[in-house]
Every structure is written in C-alpha cells, then in structure tokens.
Design a protein around this ligand. Sequence first.
Ligand code: FUB
Ligand code: ZN
Length: 617
Amino acid sequence: MKRFVHLFPIAIAAVLLAACNGGQSAKTHKLITPVKFSDVTINDGFWSPRLQSHKDVTLKVCIDQIENQTGRIQNFRNAAAGSGEHSGIFFDDSDVYKALEGMAYSLQNNPDPELEAKCDEWIDLFAAAQQGDGYINTYYTLTGLENRWSDMDKHEMYCAGHLTEAAVAYYNVTGKRKLLDVAIKMADHMMTVFGPGKRDWVPGHEEIELALVKLYGVTGEKKYLDFAQWLLEERGRGYGTWSALAAENHYQDSRPVREMTDISGHAVRAMYLYCGMADVAAYTGDQGYIDALHRLWDDVVLRNMYITGGIGQSASNEGFTTDYSLPNLTAYCETCASVGMVLWNWRMNQFTGDAKYIDVLERSMYNGALAGISLAGDRFFYVNPLESTGSHHRQPWYGCACCPSQICRFLPSIGNYVYGVAADGIYVNLYMGNSASVKLGSRKVTLTQETDYPWDGAVALTVGCKRPFKSALRLRIPGWCKAYELTVNGQAADAPVEKGYAVLNRKWHDGDRIALNMSMPAEIVAADPRVKEDEGCRAVQRGPLVYCMEEVDNPDFAELCIEEDTSFDAVWESDLLRGVTTLSATVGDREMKLIPYYAWDNREAGRMRVWIPLSGE
Ligand code: FUB
Ligand code: ZN
C-alpha cells in the first residue's frame, strides 16, 4: 500500500537557453524546450483511436454545436452586420476560438482542405466582426459597445486570450496570418486603454496573460510580454472591483502574485494564472514568480488534489475550499481544470527538469482530463466526481461549453508533452507509441517509441541519427514505478536516476535500442489521513491509471469492500470499452471488477466509486 501524496524536495535549475519562437531566437530561463507536437507523430494503441475519434467525431460535434445548435457563429454574423441580438453567455466567443484552435492542431496532424476552408470561413467572420479600433467581442458589440471595459468579470480579455491562442495556432500550422492580425489589433487596442499611465484593470478570468506571451513568441514584439507582466502585476493591489472575499475566494486578487502561498478561488482561473506567471518568468527570469509557483504547487498537489489529478472541490466557486477537504460525490473537478494542471505542470517541468511535475501531468491527463470525453468522442463531462449515484452523465454540449471546447484543443496537441530538449540532453517524459524528430543543437535525431502503455510497462525506444552523437537521454521513471529494468542494445545499462529520470549518457549510434521495462502491478493506495472523506477507504491504480468500480460490472456494488492485501488480476479485455485492462479480485465470497476511471459512464447508467470501503470499516 502506498499513500498518493508525497513530500518532494524542491529544486530549481534555471539555465539560459535559446528557444525557437516563430523564426526568432529569444532567450528563456527554462531548462527544457519541449519538442512540439508537430514534430511528434503518434502511432499508439491507446491514443491513436482517441485522436481518430477527435478528428472524425469530436470536431464535427463542436462545429455543429457552434454553427447549428447554438447561436455562437450567428453572434459573429450579427456583430459583423452590426445588427441582431446576442444569444448565449457573454463569453461564448471563447468556445469558438478554442474549437478553432483544436481544428488548427488537427490540421497539423491530418491536413484536410475541407476543415481548413471551415476555419477560413470562421476567420473571415471574426475579422468582419472586429471593430475599427481593434475591439472584438460579440457580446458587447451586440448589447452596447458603450458598456465595454466596464465590468472586469465580463471576460473580454479572456475571450481575447483564446482568440490569440487560436490565432497563433492557426498561423503556426498554415502560415496564414489573417487571424493573427485580428489578434494583434485586439491586443494593440487593449494596450491603448490599459497599461502604465492608463487605466488599471484586473482580468476577472485569467487567460490573456499566457496568450500575450504566445503573441510575443510569434511576433517578437516585446510590448506584448510587457503587457502580460503588467496585467499580472495589477493583481492583489485593490484595483479589482469585487469584494475582498470574492478577491480571495474567486479571483486570485487578494495579494500580489509574487506573494501568493496558497491556492484559492476558481480552479481554471488559477491554472491559467500560474501558466501566465510561468510564461512571463520564462522570459524575465523573475525569481519571485518562480518561488511563488513552487509554493502554490505544494499547496495544490499535497493538500488539494484528487487522486485523479482533478482539482477544485466545490461547485459554489468552481474551485478550492479548505485543505484536505476532498468530497467524492460532490467533487467538482472541472475538465478544464485538469487540462489546466497539464498545462501548468508541463511548464514547471521545463523550469526544473524534475519528473515529479510530469507525474502530476500524467495523472491529470490520463484520469481527470480524459474522463472529460466519451469513448465515442461525442459527449463530455464538465464535472468529474469520484463517486456517482448513477445520475451523472456526459452531455453532448453545455450552455457553458468551456469543457468540450477545451478537450477539442487539448487532444490533438498531446504530442507536446512527450519529449523535451535541454543542454543536458533529451527528456523522455511520456510513454506512447510515436516517432519524433528532435533537434539537438544543429543535428536532427529521431526517436521512435513502441509500447502498449498504459496497459503494459514495456517501452522500446530506437534512436535514429545520420552520424553518432554524444548526449544524455533521460527516461522518466514514473512515481508509480517501483521496479524496472533498463537495457541498451540488450545490455544492462548504467543509468543513475536524477530528478526522477534514468540518465543514459553515452555516444549514440543509428539503430541503438533502449528497452525500459517497468513493472506495473495493481496498487492499493490510501489517501492522506487528513482527508476525512476517504477515511476507511482505499483506491486502486495501475501504472498511470486510476481505477473505479461501476455497478454494471458489480451486481453487489453496495456490499463490495476491499482489503489491504486484496490481490487483483489484470486482464486485457479487447471487447470491453474499446479495449481496457480490467482488475478483478475475489474479496471474501464476492467478485469485484474495476475499470479505468476515464472509461466510466460509457455503458448503462449505474453507481460508481473510486474510493472503496475497507472490509470491517
Ligand atoms: O468562465 C469561463 C469558463 O466557464 C471557466 O473557466 C469555467 O470554469 C466556466 O465557468
Ligand atoms: Zn470547463
């Protein structure tokens, strides 16, 4: 048995590296530069079917919802025409931008002229809906432009941030700059209104900060980085128009960002804020930001995170409550917040080279985030509880559709999280079948992974290179892995473990083959004893996957218990839930069968739980 929260030593290593940004070279204070998903071709038993259903199903669902089932595109048409009503929520534009970002990433993976034409059609509408001074937001355009920039919680900068992310994505994939120009005009407009010597402003929902740093990356215009930093520095100085209580419980606005110590407020907003801080610090080297992020990470991961990597306990603020209070039935765990954990932990790993961040990234990705979409790719969870009475189900869309559009942009970009490059070698972070082209200084190296992960812990990695090269290959040994073997070309390898990575430092030749064999038993885990809701219960995980018990597999659902030493049989079931490894056990005289948490609610409705009562409790 192991406890799922651990205390980790914190190590910060900041090294100056040249990072490639849209053709220009900008210095960053990050140790690791990620290998972009465009250089990683995924060919994997677990992820490829999901990427296929994203392309064939999810994109179509999102486009249909945006164009036909809701008024989201009509809002842009109306705004372009300067007449008609706004329908839906005031930040619905953001869903269209997020879906477009997902469409752009999908085009990178699977060129598709029809999809690209759809993107261009939308982009023409966005451009037409933009005001002469650069302002773009259909809600205010259709309800009264005289009221714009009057309410800090009306998400104008949030929408602008998603517009900018979509614009950068589409520009990077297609080279077309029409949307990028729309985003630039909006950013320039905002900078005429806000900034040093102009109006103060605290964006009620963070997002613009990280987007402005992307805009800096692609344009090389430092004014966007400076504006992002200025917006971050506006927080916690009394400029927010909300109450002191709301500043703390919702808006991350109760103290300057570099003084933050504890997570509070809305979970998605917090994740985007931390990403923005990390992105600004990457260029400025602001140690105050980095130190704050380390404190916040401890508070999130050690005291406020579910075993699924989900965060944000409460529906009331879509966010955090008190330390160690982690209710299961009412857990909010918004899908967007789990994706936010991936985005933030990815950045933390780039600063530190520490695998503990990838452990959390992986936990959130395979569990909290992946549960957010049905196996067919057509339905979505917004809220991801760890227990259900049988009435919680994925929906085709939501009035507030941040989560479907989030999943839409997340899935096709998962290749981003697999590898990184640093002065001290290549980092192999995630295990999935793929072939990657990695730039190491002036040379190109290919890495090919073959694996049945997450069902099996064996990974084969083949190096491809024109000429032999000397470098360290750092293979992440996941936190869940207690025993492994590592060979190079069949010989046991000498690979000391540094910050969670087994380091193979040698001269590599074309065709060199690394075999990492991680033992992957089912493990029974206990929560931190301070989590009262899990007292007397245990959960089960195997490799990166958290398991759950669904009523459909367990007729004795209400009576089933687990023991500290229950032994599970892991069985591959190709016909179940599009292929899963189930865990089965006999406890007393009853049979128990567990499935991966991400796959729950894909069959008939019924009860579900992750934390299972211990016998005799
Ligand atoms: O407010 C915009 C998005 O909608 C948030 O990120 C989600 O939590 C949902 O409230
Ligand atoms: Zn969401």
